[in-house]
Design a protein around this ligand. Structure first.
Ligand SMILES: Nc1ncnc2c1ncn2[C@@H]1O[C@H](COP(=O)(O)OP(=O)(O)OP(=O)(O)O)[C@@H](O)[C@H]1O
Ligand SMILES: [Mg+2]
Length: 458
């Protein structure tokens, strides 16, 4: 097994136009790295460079301890499953699988054992005597994958290996690949367009755009702490909402300007972070029950008087999370309606996003885009709720366990700003109706005019 190191890889197919632009990647021995990015961003080209099928314009590829730039694909002990794989049409599935092993003059009994094991793993055992033309597209793809994996190479490069499989088979084969990778400890680079695949399969995920590496990080970190608006808007399904917005700080609160709307967002517990047990409780007539909290074992409770069942407790822990005190009806587990909000204490720690408490004055002034994940948007029915944005329902996608509510903000100027909210359960909202969107401060992401995330890693 082997570590794979790409150092400052550049590939120009024509002068001045870079398919891969200065990519450096350090893939650990035994790691499963997933590579994602839009069509044409250079994923296949980078994979082919590692495999030795393409020569980089500049840069170095190392596998294990050796620089492999001058080695042929065969000498690299790398297996690759292509996006457009091809099987030997005149050979049976068994012969196709045996082929790479026979090329290596492996003993017959070893070949049989390896082929049987690989076929079993990929569900190909009943198909071994068939010719490729007698297989479905998905079955052919699995044979192509089997042919690469049967060699048990030190590095496997898979370029969208499951794209021809139906959804159910895809889930199954994906689990098998993960298991195979774990068991054999092969270093694997796996290209996919599939969000779920990227998040579930990868130890780390590398995001490429226009030939440039944007971020490489474990899935959860990529999701919670995207380094720029591109990554924020690429991952997640639906992806993060990105709004052109300005921000200013008023007292310990935050004011968000989106189009013609201005909205106050509570930023609690500005983060003194001194960690002692504290408790705060608040209640408000017009529905802002604020839970004071800081780091440590703080706890908060908020109660609003105008909601139908307007009490909520703010549980807070060492990570500084404040649950909201909640008023109003509950619809499918998601808060809807009511004007009462007990906003949670945020102890200056990051919770799902970056709190404003971490931005200084200069950074606040540079905010050009505000991001929020659909699941963090809180949807209120009714009209005059303070601290929320007015929006019109555009369309509603009922998915059974959850509902995606597509809205456009009111007063957005010439360019409509859209926000998708993901709410639990089924909501029959009528297109054209008005809703209120609340954006909790703790879930906001901030980006500057260049799209770079504004945050402090203190
Ligand atoms: N042999 C080639 N000659 C010239 N340009 C090429 C060649 N191969 C790829 N390119 C270009 O390099 C860029 C990167 O292509 P690549 O195939 O690596 O993209 P990709 O990320 O794999 O896209 P997809 O998701 O569509 O497979 C594209 O603009 C493509 O047109
Ligand atoms: Mg490709």
């Amino acid at each position: 097994m082997a570590r794979v190191l790409c150092q400052a890889i550049v590939k120009e197919f024509s002068p001045g136009s870079r398919a891969v632009d200065d990519v450096s990647l350090d893939i650990a021995d035994g790691e499963l790295l997933v590579m994602v990015g839009p069509s044409g961003c250079g994923k296949s080209t980078l994979l082919r460079i590692v495999a030795g099928l393409e020569t980089p314009t500049s840069g170095e590829v190392r596998i294990g301890d050796a620089v492999v730039n001058d080695l042929s694909p065969q000498q690299r002990n790398v297996a690759m499953v292509f996006q457009d794989y091809a099987l030997y049409p005149h050979m049976t599935v068994r012969r196709n699988l045996e082929f790479p092993l026979r090329m290596r003059r492996m003993a017959r009994t070893d070949i049989d054992a390896r082929v049987a094991r690989t076929a079993e793993l990929l569900g190909l055992s009943p198909l071994l005597e068939r010719l490729p033309k007698q297989l479905s597209g998905g079955q052919r793809q699995r044979v192509a994958m089997g042919r690469a994996l049967v060699r048990e190479p030190s590095v496997s490069l898979l370029d969208e290996p499951l794209s021809n499989l139906d959804a159910k088979l895809r889930v199954q084969v994906r689990a098998e690949i993960a298991e195979l990778q774990r068991r054999t400890g092969t270093t694997m680079v796996y290209v996919t367009h599939d969000q779920v695949e990227a998040m579930t399969l990868g130890h780390r995920v590398a995001v490429l755009d226009h030939g440039r590496l944007q971020q490489v990080a474990p899935p959860a970190e990529l999701y919670e702490r995207p380094v720029n608006a591109f990554v924020a808007g690429f991952l997640g399904s639906p992806p993060m909402n990105l709004l052109r917005a300005g921000v200013s700080r008023v007292g310990d609160g935050l004011v968000l300007r989106v189009g013609a709307q201005t909205v106050g967002v509570a930023v609690d517990g500005g983060g003194d972070g001194n960690g002692g047990p504290r408790a705060g409780a608040g209640a408000g007539d017009e529905g802002v029950g604020r839970a004071g909290a800081s780091g440590g074992n703080a706890a908060g409770a908020g109660a609003g008087s105008r909601g139908a069942s307007g009490v909520g407790s703010g549980g807070v822990g060492g990570e500084g999370v404040g649950g909201g005190g909640v008023g109003g009806e509950r619809v499918g587990g998601e808060r809807v309606g009511g004007e009462s909000v007990g906003s949670g204490g945020v102890g200056g720690e990051r919770v799902g996003g970056e709190t404003v408490a971490r931005l200084d004055r200069g950074e606040i002034a540079r905010v050009a885009t505000v991001g929020i994940r659909p699941e963090a948007v809180e949807l209120d029915m009714g009209d005059a709720t303070a601290g929320s944005l007015r929006a019109t329902v555009e369309h509603v996608e009922l998915l059974g366990h959850e509902t995606l509510v597509h809205t456009s903000l009111t007063g957005g100027g010439e360019e409509t700003q859209r926000v998708v909210a993901r709410v639990q359960g089924t909501h029959a909202l009528i297109p054209g109706s008005t809703v209120r969107l609340r954006l909790p401060a703790r879930a906001l992401h901030f980006f500057d005019a260049q799209g770079m995330a504004l945050r402090k890693d203190r």
